[in-house]
Design a protein. Structure first.
Lengths: 171, 317
């Protein structure tokens, strides 16, 4: 009986303690920089698309919400012809970001993407592509990869040595 | 003729005020519960969320009013009205102020006990006519609980009757001019409070509708406004028990002169309504056999002892 009275008193004391509720639309919660929210496609420092359309994100995606089609431009750079994320299926697991070899696909701290129409949750490439570099600055895949593209021959990448002619004996 | 018109106005006034308070309690309870659980509760609809009541009412009126095909239809439809009628009838004998009452009958206290017993029929008939095992279990529990707690609810009031020498509620209030009944009859007050909680089957004694065991107990099958009737009936019951506690033990409309009597009555009433909600915020639900044991083996001897002592004192003085 006394313990009951005590618990009533303890509950009553809560009238004077601050409330835990975060009044959301007026009061935004703090989201850490690595928070997994809306997915974006970033660009390299020179403004080119980072995505090389390797399909790894689409393979890693557990709910198959990413679809894309690879193609090449006149410089033999691979890029996605279309890149489509269906956010009504996305579970924001971040596997696509983990799988991406070029830091192209990234999850950012933004979750306010409600829509009245389900179809509006399907984001196309122009919705996903941002102007900046996202979380990883200064990285340019084609500058460090040993791949030959228009305007950059083999051996011209950063920290890369000239290719050795295997058929020659001259050092 | 003028007397009748005044009476009708008083009746309508009490009816409207009580129904408004009962509906408003839905909002008050949610806000107060939230306060004691460190939340905000409904605060979006209108200023401070006050229009939440309106939104809830519109919602519940729009709901499909479905009668199950397996239900005993006439009984099923009558059951929710019984709780409303029996509770509203009791408000007729409560003196809200020296001149604001519907009827100050000389057996007002007995009338209240009779009406609260009738309220038990609502639970029993609702559970029986729903033709659903959970509803029936809830109804069985409800009837057993209400009969149990009726016994010493009546007995706890007998102390007051002995002290004040009247069964009329107006008379009881006037007899408290010197000292409120809560001081000489503290045990009776505690027992009546507990019995009142059980009578309105509010938490922690909401065993007839224990949602963790019985879905929603006796009103599992009810929807729409029929469910709303049970809901409002429950809040009317809280208002009624609070009003009765104030009348019996806290001097009714008696108070200091700077506020009119009915304001004192309403203020005291709301303190107890708040206490009812605090009980819900703090106490867990006992097991069914614990509830019965508590009633028969602890409260009944206690109230009989109280009766004995009070009787001895009244005889001696």
């Amino acid at each position: 009986m006394l313990s009951n009275i005590r618990s009533i008193w303890e509950a009553f004391k809560h009238a004077f303690s601050p409330r835990d509720t975060v009044q959301y639309p007026e009061e935004k919660p703090y989201l850490p920089p690595r928070w997994r929210g809306r997915i974006i496609l970033s660009r390299d420092p020179d403004g080119g698309e980072r995505c090389v359309a390797c399909y790894l994100c689409a393979v890693a995606c557990p709910v198959d919400c990413i679809s894309l089609q690879a193609t090449e431009d006149e410089n033999n750079r691979r890029y996605p012809e279309f890149f489509r994320i269906n956010f009504s299926r996305c579970i924001f697991c971040g596997y696509c970001e983990d799988a991406c070899p070029t830091y192209a696909i990234q999850l950012i701290p933004d979750f306010e993407m409600s829509e009245y129409n389900r179809q509006n949750l399907v984001y196309e490439k122009e919705d996903l592509l941002i102007q900046g570099e996202g979380k990883y600055h200064g990285y340019n895949f084609y500058k460090v990869a040993g791949l030959k593209i228009g305007g950059k021959d083999k051996g011209e990448a950063e920290n890369e040595e000239k290719p050795i002619n295997l058929k020659s004996l001259i050092p | 003729m003028a007397d009748i018109i005044i009476k009708v106005i008083i009746i309508l006034g009490i009816l409207i005020v009580m129904l408004t308070i009962a509906a408003g309690l839905i909002y008050v309870e949610r806000r107060l519960l939230a306060l004691w659980q460190d939340r905000y509760g409904p605060n979006r609809v209108g200023p401070f969320g006050l229009l939440q009541v309106l939104a809830d009412t519109i919602k519940i009126l729009m709901k499909e009013d479905w009668v199950p095909s397996f239900a005993d239809k006439p009984v099923y439809i009558i059951a929710p009205t019984i709780v409303m009628i029996s509770v509203l009838m009791t408000f007729a004998v409560i003196p809200f102020a020296p001149s604001i009452f519907v009827s100050d009958m000389n057996v007002g206290l007995l009338f209240f006990l009779a009406m609260s017993s009738l309220g038990a029929y609502s639970v029993v008939l609702a559970g029986w006519s729903s033709n659903n095992k959970y509803s029936l279990l809830g109804a069985l529990r409800g009837s057993a609980q209400m009969i149990t707690y009726e016994v010493f609810m009546g007995l706890s009031l007998m102390g007051i009757v002995m002290l004040n020498g009247t069964l009329s509620l107006g008379g009881i209030v006037e007899a408290q001019t010197g000292i409120w009944n809560v001081i000489p009859q503290f045990v009776g007050f505690v027992v009546f409070l507990i019995a009142g909680v059980a009578e309105t089957h509010r938490l922690p004694f909401d065993i007839p509708e224990a949602e963790s065991e019985l879905v929603a107990g006796f009103h599992s099958e009810y929807s729409g406004m029929k469910f709303g009737m049970f809901f409002v009936g429950e809040y009317l019951g809280i208002t009624l028990i609070s009003a009765l506690i104030v009348t019996f033990y806290f001097g009714g409309w008696l108070g200091f002169d700077f506020l009119p009597p009915y304001i004192w009555f309403i203020l005291k009433m709301f303190v107890f309504i708040g206490f009812f909600i605090l009980l819900r915020a703090s106490l867990p639900r006992p097991r069914y056999d614990q509830l019965m044991e508590y009633g028969w083996k602890f409260l009944l001897p206690l109230v009989l002892l109280n009766l004995l002592v009070t009787g001895a004192i009244v005889l001696a003085s």
